[in-house]
Design a protein around this ligand. Structure first.
Ligand code: DQA
Length: 142
């Protein structure tokens, strides 16, 4: 079973990006732990990051055509702006779990709307890098 872990804009900067909010793990650190966790669960992790909205849309479609088991999606700021991502999630049958390191609902008002969350089946947020671990457990249980 394959799990796509899709990461949106600025998540390539993890490690040094506002560490007081996002922690000190890099995206590669998170990926390495997910791969190990995935092995234990019998899941293959395909971790990707892009700063471009359309890439994320394309990868969601690809997840559908490749019949992956589930997608973990941290869309970064596109979470709060992207009807295109909302529609892409609605366009596919693959379950999508929304992931955030921080808890956007406790932050600035402009982070309180999640177009991703309105289409995703579940959400894990506010646990730092652990949000990804918990989300993968949920994906394994689907
Ligand atoms: C984030 C939260 C978003 O509001 C923000 O734009 C990000 C990261 C998170 O993982 O906490 O880029 O998705």
């Amino acid at each position: 079973k394959i799990i796509y872990v899709l990461n949106g804009p600025n998540l390539n900067m993890l490690g040094t990006r506002q560490p007081e909010i996002y922690g000190r793990d890099t995206l590669d650190d998170i990926a390495a732990r997910l791969v190990a966790q995935g092995e234990a669960l019998g899941l293959t992790i395909d971790m990707r990051q892009s700063n471009h909205e359309g890439h994320l849309v394309d990868w969601l479609h690809e997840a559908h055509f490749e019949k992956v088991h589930a997608v973990l999606l941290n869309a970064g700021a596109y979470t709060h702006t992207s009807i295109a991502l909302h529609d892409a999630i609605k366009s596919i049958t693959v379950p999508v779990i929304e992931v955030h390191l921080s808890d956007p609902e406790t932050r600035e008002p402009f982070r309180h709307i999640s177009y991703v969350g309105m289409a995703a089946i579940d959400c894990v947020k506010g646990l730092g890098a652990d949000s990804y671990r918990v989300a993968l457990e949920k994906a394994a249980a689907l």
